[in-house]
Design a protein around this ligand. Structure first.
Ligand code: UDP
Length: 324
């Protein structure tokens, strides 16, 4: 087992849950986070309970000296620091490209210099508008035009994958790539677009659930607990090196049905409002109609199957947000 893991973006939603898991497995964790979208409060309790096994460093993953120093102190790196969330990506395209490509290069250099394995967190966005379902890791990526900011995010993460694989090929860096599909759970914020926290919050407040487009677009939602379970297992799986894995859940649901399900489970009398994409994200926005992962490669590598069904995910989130 790798004992000391550096997690860039460790104070974010996925990062804080991964930190929690790795600490529970008995490992030490150093978090590097600039708190741009991550929050100190996400990891404060973990720090108190970690008996010195969690170190928090406030800083940027683009800071080469710092990242080199931290990587050389670790047995492995998980690179999660990135601009995420469709709203953030559309509103701040320069920040998105700079963070996603710039930081990835720094982290790859540092992991390579320190000769430690790297787990690179990519995204299901890289499949873009592909209509060949379920998405398999070797399938073609189908991105839209450069005039649409959303595809810049997908391209930046796909570039990160190519960079990671290049370091694997040329520098013999141990890299594993994960494409995270829609992941939900406690600590996720709706501020940058994510649909489920927004729906749950609206349902609890008796406000309308705003479904973008016609609501027939589909997604598959995984509980963050399942996702971090897969990431933890991949860290220790030498056979996973050099490969790309979809990580998520394969239970598909339309966004309209999701809204209905949230209202039903919350016992809410909220209504559903259909909102044109242009109103939600501005003109020239494109969405993908369906997004479903094939989990066959992941299952073959680490025997992973998601355990948490959608109703349980929604119930969990309602419990967390109702308690706030
Ligand atoms: N969406 C919605 N209402 C919201 C936020 C998102 O209808 O308040 C839709 C969005 O257009 C997309 C889906 O829900 O079709 C998932 O959006 P999210 O931003 O959570 O993730 P994505 O899969 O787009 O990265």
């Amino acid at each position: 087992m790798r004992n000391h893991i550096l997690i860039t973006g460790g104070a974010g939603f996925v990062g804080s849950h991964l930190t929690d898991r790795l600490l529970k497995e008995g490992r030490s964790v150093t978090i590097l986070d600039n708190l741009s979208t991550g929050r100190r409060s996400n990891v404060q309790q973990l720090q108190a309970a970690s008996h010195g096994r969690l170190r928090f460093v406030e800083g940027c993953a683009t800071d080469s000296d710092l990242v080199h120093r931290l990587a050389s102190d670790s047995d492995g790196v998980v690179h999660l620091a990135a601009a995420v969330g469709v709203r953030l990506v559309v509103e701040k395209p320069i920040h998105t490209m700079h963070t996603n490509i710039g930081a990835t290069e720094v982290v790859l250099e540092a992991a390579s210099a320190a000769n430690v394995p790297l787990l690179y967190a990519s995204t299901s966005e890289v499949y873009g508008k592909s209509a060949t379902l379920p998405f398999t890791e070797n399938a073609d990526l189908v991105l839209g035009p450069t005039s649409i900011a959303r595809w810049g995010y997908a391209a930046s993460k796909a570039t990160g994958e190519w960079m990671a694989l290049a370091y694997g090929a040329e520098r013999e860096l141990d890299v594993t790539i994960v494409r995270l599909f829609n992941t939900v759970g406690p600590r996720q914020r709706g501020r940058y677009g994510m649909v489920l926290p927004n729906f749950v919050r609206a349902a609890l407040a008796g406000e309308a659930l705003r479904v973008f487009g016609d609501g027939q677009q589909t997604r598959c939602f995984a509980h963050v607990r399942d996702v971090t379970c897969a990431l933890g297992a991949l860290l220790d799986e030498p056979a996973a090196r050099g490969s790309v894995f979809n990580v998520g859940n394969d239970q598909e649901i339309s966004i309209l049905s999701l809204a209905q399900r949230v209202i039903e489970i919350a016992g809410s009398d909220s209504e559903i409002e259909l909102v044109p994409y242009a109103e939600a994200y501005g003109h020239g926005f494109e969405d993908m109609r369906r997004r479903v992962p094939s989990l066959a490669a992941l299952e073959a590598a680490i025997g992973f199957r998601p355990r948490t069904g959608l109703d349980e995910i929604i119930t969990d989130l309602i419990g967390v947000l109702a308690a706030k």
